[in-house]
Design a protein around this ligand. Structure first.
Ligand SMILES: Nc1ncnc2c1ncn2[C@@H]1O[C@H](COP(=O)(O)OP(=O)(O)OP(=O)(O)O)[C@@H](O)[C@H]1O
Ligand SMILES: [Mg+2]
Length: 253
């Protein structure tokens, strides 16, 4: 995280509940502009819920400040307009529409010139989809669909990109490719991104900061140095393995 950059996102005491008890218990985190951070943790830790709450897609208690303004009371559409763009788990592209139509969906409120400039930029980052513009998005491979989902998000000119498990269901080679492109986008555009991953090693390709979540709490935090060090890695992996083992015990109980 570039400590010199100004704060873009500040989340304080976020509580999320679906039914009786909370699934996220008052977590706080903040991000600087142009930083890439990751939320790590096992299944059910509350990673997606946290991201969805930041995007305004889940009701939550607590305070969310974006670019100096309290946005806690804004709905998802209003947050999207301010540049908070969520790429959901499982991609959620519209499979019946063409690739080009999916890209338009990400930019329906921008003018025609901006849209075509952004489309050109997206296609430069993801040449795999250039010749597929007229094909139904459902015919793309998993990796291409993930590139399209990220490309669609970029069409709106995001200020904060929330990426929920971009590696999900992809072969390692494709994960590497998607992450390599994300790295290029981050470098060229100075994009701020928060990503969710279950794998520390995948997240460490891009993120310079990570929070480890477990049972709705942040149980560990890694800075750039810790992300690259053996002890830091071990700390993160221990935090997971603990959670994984509990899950496994529950399954085998
Ligand atoms: N819509 C919902 N209704 C009820 N419970 C939910 C809902 N969404 C999530 N939960 C529960 O909240 C907890 C946190 O879920 P969440 O999806 O945030 O976890 P996650 O860390 O993203 O997990 P995964 O790695 O499996 O995607 C889980 O116990 C889950 O069952
Ligand atoms: Mg999730």
């Amino acid at each position: 995280m570039s400590e010199g950059g100004r704060k873009l996102l500040e989340v304080s005491d976020l509580v999320i509940r679906y039914g009786a008890g909370p699934v996220v218990h008052g977590i706080s985190l903040s991000m600087h502009e142009s930083a890439v951070a990751a939320m790590l943790g096992a299944n059910g830790a509350g990673k997606s819920s946290t991201m969805r709450a930041i995007a305004g897609l889940e009701p939550a208690q607590g305070k969310i400040v974006f670019d100096g303004n309290d946005i806690s009371g804004l709905n998802a559409g209003q947050r999207f307009q301010r540049g908070i763009v969520y790429v959901p788990e499982g991609r959620a592209i519209v499979t019946d529409l063409t690739v080009a139509e999916n890209l338009v969906l990400g930019s329906y409120f921008v003018d025609k010139n901006t849209r075509s400039q952004r489309q050109q930029m997206v296609l430069e980052f993801f040449p795999e989809i250039v010749n597929r513009l007229k094909s139904p998005a459902g015919l793309l491979s998993g990796g291409e669909q993930q590139m399209l989902a990220i490309g669609r998000a970029l069409m709106s000119g995001p200020r904060l990109l929330l990426l929920d498990e971009p590696s999900l269901g992809l072969a390692p080679l494709l994960v590497a490719r998607v992450y390599e492109r994300l790295g290029a986008i981050q470098k060229e555009q100075g994009l701020t991104a928060l990503l969710v991953e279950q794998s520390f090693h995948v997240a460490a390709k891009l993120a310079d900061h990570a929070w480890v979540m477990r049972h709705g709490h942040i149980v560990g935090q890694l800075d750039a140095q810790a992300m690259r060090s053996r002890e830091g890695r071990q700390q993160a992996i221990d935090a997971y393995l603990g959670a994984r083992q509990e899950t496994e015990e529950a399954v085998h109980a």
